[in-house]
Design a protein around this ligand. Sequence first.
Ligand SMILES: [Cu+2]
Length: 114
Amino acid sequence: MRPHRFLLPAAAVLVATAVAAGCGGTGSSAPVATTKISMAKSYRFDPQTIEIKAGQTVTWTNNDNFTHTVKVDGQEDHKVGRGDSVSITFDKPGSYHYLCTLHSKDMHGTVIVT
Ligand SMILES: [Cu+2]
């Protein structure tokens, strides 16, 4: 008997899932039902993935010590200074990826519109 043999595939699946979910951050990517996103210290969108209904407006507030931007793929870039905020309305259902163009390596997020 080699009980280890049966544990390996499960471990491999866990690793693959973690890699797939790890788009630019260590935070959980489970969608949160909210219209408020904080640009939290440091270089993070929190929560990283949100879920809203079509027609709702999402507001990003910069609580970090640095200027950030919000650029939804295919849309204009919005600069958001310390303490400022920007609001974007999503009219059509879909999955919208966005990023901070100043820190595109670290700051990514997704708005899921249902
Ligand atoms: Cu940034």
